[in-house]
Design a protein around this ligand. Structure first.
Ligand SMILES: [Zn+2]
Ligand SMILES: [Zn+2]
Length: 341
C-alpha cells in the first residue's frame, strides 16, 4: 500500500488530496510520510479504527474514526460504479473480472506465493537517502532566509571573528544557489558576546539564558510564520544542537507551508530526524567555508547596522547598543526579573 502511495505521488503532482484508511499510519508510515509531506504538500485525510500514537507530527486536513465515517448520515445513496480494479499484490496479478480474480485467489500458484511471501515487515523508507545538500530550485533561489542561531550550543569558535558569521552563512547559501536576503537572530548570554561585531554586520541580538532560548525561539518562529504567507517560498535555518526541542512546531510549518529548512550543528545527530532539510552543515566547517579575508572586510565595511537588540528575559527592545548594554549590566529591575525565572 505504501509503495502504491509513493508511486501515486510521483504521477500526481499537487494540488491533490490523499486519503489513507489504515491503523498503520502512526507506526509504519509516519517517519517517511512526514518527510514526503514536507517536500511535496498534499492534502492528507486519515481514517482509522485505532487512533495512531505518533500522528502528532503528521499534519492532516481531517481525521476520522472509521466506524463514524461509515455511519455518516449525509452520505449519498448507493449506486453501482463500474471499473473497480482487482489486484493480488502478493503475486502482482491484476484483473478486471471478479470471476477470474476469485479463481486466482483460490489457485495453487497464489497459495504458493502467499506461502513464500515473508511476513509483512517495515515499509521501505523512500526518503532515507535524502540527506544531502540540495541546489536551489528557481522558486527558492531568491526566497528570503531567516536564521535562528543558538549561541549556547554553537558559539563562535576560538580563532573566528564574529563579523565572519553573516558572510559565512551567506556564502554557504550562495554555494547552493540561494541568494535571498538573510536575517539572523542570535540567542545568547549577550553580557559575554562580541555585541559590537555582531550588530555591525546586522545580526539581531536576543539576550536569553540557557533553557529559555528554545521557548523564545519557538515563539519567534511562530511570529515569523505569521509574516510569511503559506504559498510564498521562504527559508528557515536553525543553528543549534537541540533542534528536536522545537521540531514539532517546525515539522507542522514544513508540511503546511512552502518553507524549506536548513540546519547547522556542532556535531552530527546520531539518527536522521523526521524534519526534512534542504541542507545541513557542521557549524565550524560552515564558518571555515569558502570565505576570504577580503570578502570579510568588504562585507563588513559595506553593511549598515540595522540590528535590533532584544532582551528575551524581560521583553526589552532597542536599536541602541549602549541602551542595551546598560540594560543588561546595570538595570537592577532587569536583574530581579532574571532571578524570578
Ligand atoms: Zn495471488
Ligand atoms: Zn532584560
Amino acid at each position: 500500500m505504501y509503495r502504491n502511495m509513493v508511486e501515486w505521488r510521483d504521477q500526481n503532482p499537487p494540488p491533490a488530496t490523499m486519503m489513507i484508511i489504515s491503523n498503520q499510519v502512526g507506526s509504519q508510515f509516519s517517519w517517511d510520510l512526514v518527510r514526503l509531506q514536507q517536500r511535496t504538500l498534499y492534502n492528507l485525510f486519515l481514517a482509522y479504527s485505532v487512533r495512531p500514537v505518533f500522528s502528532i507530527v503528521l499534519s492532516t486536513s481531517q481525521e476520522w474514526r472509521w466506524k463514524e465515517l461509515l455511519q455518516n448520515k449525509r452520505s449519498a445513496p448507493l449506486v453501482v460504479v463500474q471499473g473497480a480494479k482487482l489486484y493480488c499484490k502478493s503475486c502482482n496479478y491484476g484483473s478486471q473480472r471478479l470471476k477470474k480474480f476469485r479463481k486466482h485467489l483460490s489457485s495453487y500458484n497464489h497459495a504458493r506465493e502467499e506461502g513464500v511471501t515473508t511476513v509483512y515487515t517495515n515499509v521501505e523508507r523512500v526518503t532515507a537517502d535524502w540527506g544531502r545538500n540540495y541546489k536551489a530550485t528557481p522558486e527558492f533561489a531568491t526566497a528570503k532566509i531567516q536564521v535562528w542561531w543558538d549561541m549556547f550550543d554553537c558559539p563562535i569558535p576560538q580563532g573566528y571573528d564574529a563579523r565572519q558569521v553573516r558572510p559565512s552563512i551567506e556564502a554557504a547559501f550562495k554555494e547552493l544557489g540561494y541568494s535571498g536576503p538573510v536575517s539572523i537572530t542570535a540567542y545568547g548570554d549577550h553580557k559575554h558576546t562580541p555585541l559590537q561585531a555582531l550588530s555591525s554586520t546586522g545580526v539581531h541580538v536576543a539576550h536569553a539564558v540557557p533553557g529559555v532560548e528554545y521557548k523564545r525561539m519557538a515563539g519567534n518562529v511562530r511570529e515569523w510564520h505569521a509574516d510569511n504567507p503559506p504559498q510564498t517560498a521562504a527559508i528557515m535555518m536553525v543553528i543549534s544542537d537541540n533542534v528536536d526541542i522545537i521540531s514539532i512546531g517546525l515539522v507542522k510549518l514544513l508540511q503546511e507551508n512552502k518553507y524549506n529548512l536548513f540546519l547547522a550543528y556542532s556535531f552530527r545527530p546520531y539518527q536522521m530526524s523526521y524534519l526534512l532539510t534542504s541542507a545541513e552543515w557542521l557549524w565550524e566547517s560552515l564558518l571555515a567555508g569558502p570565505l576570504t579575508k577580503h570578502s570579510l572586510l568588504s562585507e563588513s565595511e559595506s553593511s549598515v547596522s540595522t540590528a535590533m537588540f532584544h532582551c528575551k528575559l524581560c521583553r526589552f527592545d532597542t536599536i541602541s547598543i549602549d541602551n542595551f548594554r546598560a540594560h543588561l549590566l546595570s538595570d537592577e529591575k532587569h536583574a530581579q526579573e532574571v532571578s524570578i525565572l
